[in-house]
Design a protein around this ligand. Structure first.
Ligand SMILES: [Zn+2]
Length: 568
């Protein structure tokens, strides 16, 4: 047993590789047999937890203050001097475990993952994978440099997003067109970058012995519980069930706005012309009310949230020099989460906090798992933890339940959330189906004109209800505006699958909340020790690609929206 390995971040955050190497050497040397494997895994886990927590804490430090040069320097030094050697050691130890032929209890899924990682690993791919990362950075650079002039000022395209909510339609349209035209100006550069990405990805797949990149990427993403054909079935189910529902939602929006045709710049404005929701005034109020909501969902979850608050594990307010976005980090050694967001007083800040807290509850629930490798979970279930929490919490947004809103404001927030969730599915299909096509038809997809054609075909098939007339050039280049296609291939369908899982958890809660939440917590507590169908089943849901499951979810959403619309 590693009795000398510190468990206290106050101590190990000051450590460097020379402190850690003796522990790594010991793990590499120590014989692994059926008698010793449990202790060996526990020690390996402690070392991994320590390195993982160092990584998380140093990264958090760079995001809570982006101009902290010392934090940046510590993080980059850690990556070079600790993280890289630790990864090499981890690779050795995985091979050692695989070579032992042992099957430790509770380690079936981690072993299955390790076998696949070993199967696709090729030394020759290391420089290509590094090259792929660089190309992804190039995408970031191109998009990050896209600024426009608005009201006499240079602004980023993201900064203009609030204008899409403006009740002044011509102002919305002007902002939307400016942003899209600016993005279109980089068309050639993105076409060229795409060509290089396709080339690298094709080479990676062929080096690893695969006939196409999709087959390789499937294993790289450890998608071992479903196939490309399952995803294609999911696309069909969405076409059959969700596309008509989405069309009904767009039609209702069009009628509420009093328009003869719904244009792309009409999708973010409040359809009844109301001011933005203002759920809270102070951060304390935000945390008090979110805590009260969680206690209504489940007392233990409420307690988890209060623990984060008491221990300084929430950094919520937007301020100068803070990184954008929101995330939940995992401090693996102390077995606690850390939640980061940029709250400015909007409804989005409330839902983001509830979403990220769902991820945080996953960390709390898995604290009892003995081994580090049991903690790694696919996004297909990780996003059930967060998305289901948004739905489970939604009845308690009412001030009378401890939350934020009057009945009509709560109804408005919930309708918006349900509509966004349903409308996401068809768009997700376009993004996913495009990539299935691209990597199954590699040569054709290297030609950007073919990509434009394919995107347009998919758009016209799945995105019904919004009028893109006269915007052809902007429409056909939509694939260039989707970061995931360039930076994280195929990573997207996970959200669609998890959303369907979340709806099922919510449906269960309407019948018996205590039982539904207990099942949800039990599924989270399994971490990554079971295959996805079993994790979903434990949560009381089906890991499903079927129209039937989708139909139940969409009906639930539409019925709830109809009920909520009656509240004035
Ligand atoms: Zn999430």
């Amino acid at each position: 047993m590693f009795t000398n390995l510190p468990k206290d971040p106050q101590i190990f955050m000051a450590w460097s590789w020379p402190h850690l190497q003796p522990f790594a050497d010991d793990l590499e040397k120590r014989p692994v047999t059926s008698d010793t494997v449990a202790e060996w895994l526990a020690d390996w886990s402690d070392l991994s937890r320590l390195v993982s927590e160092m990584f998380a804490r140093l990264r958090v430090a760079t995001s809570v203050n982006t101009v902290d040069a010392a934090a940046k320097q510590r993080f980059s030094q850690f990556l070079d001097e600790v993280f890289t050697p630790a990864q090499a050691v981890s690779q050795q130890l995985k091979q050692k475990l695989l070579a032992s032929g042992l099957h430790p209890a509770g380690f079936e899924v981690p072993l299955r993952n390790m076998r696949v990682e070993a199967e696709i690993f090729r030394q020759a791919n290391l420089p290509l994978l590094a090259e792929e990362k660089k190309l992804a950075n190039e995408y970031d650079e191109i998009v990050g440099a896209q600024t426009i002039e608005w009201d006499g000022q240079e602004v980023t395209t993201t900064q203009l997003e609030p204008v899409y909510r403006s009740p002044d339609r011509s102002r919305r349209e002007r902002a939307w067109r400016l942003v899209m035209e600016r993005k279109l100006a980089d068309r050639q550069r993105l076409n060229e970058l795409w060509g290089r990405l396709m080339q690298v990805r094709g080479q990676i797949a062929s080096n690893a012995g695969f006939t196409n990149y999709r087959a390789y990427r499937w294993k790289e993403l450890l998608r071992l519980d479903y196939t490309p054909a399952d995803c294609q079935r999911f696309h069909q189910a969405i076409e059959q069930v969700v596309v008509p529902a989405a069309r009904r939602m767009y039609t209702r929006r069009q009628q509420q706005l009093g328009l003869t045709t719904l244009r792309p710049w009409d999708l973010n404005v409040d359809p009844l012309g109301r001011q933005a929701l203002k759920p809270y005034q102070t951060l304390d109020e935000l945390m008090d009310k979110v805590s009260a909501i969680f206690y209504k969902v489940d007392a233990v979850l409420g307690g988890y949230f209060d623990t984060m608050r008491q221990q300084g594990l929430l950094d919520l307010e937007n301020r100068k020099d803070k990184a954008p976005g929101a995330y939940c980090a995992d401090y693996n050694m102390v077995r606690l989460p850390f939640v980061f967001e940029n709250a400015v007083g909007l409804n989005d800040d409330v839902s983001t906090l509830i979403h990220e807290s769902g991820h945080a509850f996953h960390v709390f629930e898995t604290a009892r798992l003995p081994y580090f490798h049991q903690l790694s979970v696919g996004m297909e279930i990780a996003e059930v933890a967060s998305m289901a929490m948004e739905l489970l919490a939604s009845p308690f947004l009412l001030a009378s339940e401890g939350g934020f809103y009057s009945p009509s404001d709560a109804a408005r927030a919930r309708i918006e959330h349900l509509e966004d969730t349903v409308l996401f599915w068809p768009y997700m299909v376009v993004v996913d189906a495009f990539q299935h096509w691209a990597y199954e038809n590699h040569a054709a997809a290297c030609e950007p004109a073919n990509c434009d054609r394919k995107w347009a075909e998919l758009w016209q098939r799945y995105m019904l209800g919004v009028d893109w007339g006269g915007l052809d050039e902007l429409m056909v280049t939509g694939w260039q505006r989707k970061l995931h296609i360039f930076e994280d291939p195929f990573y997207y369908v996970e959200y669609g699958l998890a959303s369907l899982g979340a709806f099922q958890v919510w449906a269960n809660a309407m019948k018996d909340r205590a039982a539904a939440v207990a099942a949800y917590r039990q599924a989270l507590a399994l971490g990554g020790t079971a295959p996805l169908p079993q994790l979903y089943a434990t949560a009381g849901a089906k890991f499903s690609f079927e129209a039937e499951t989708l139909q139940a979810a969409v009906s639930l959403a539409e019925n709830m929206i109809a009920q909520l619309e009656k509240i004035k």
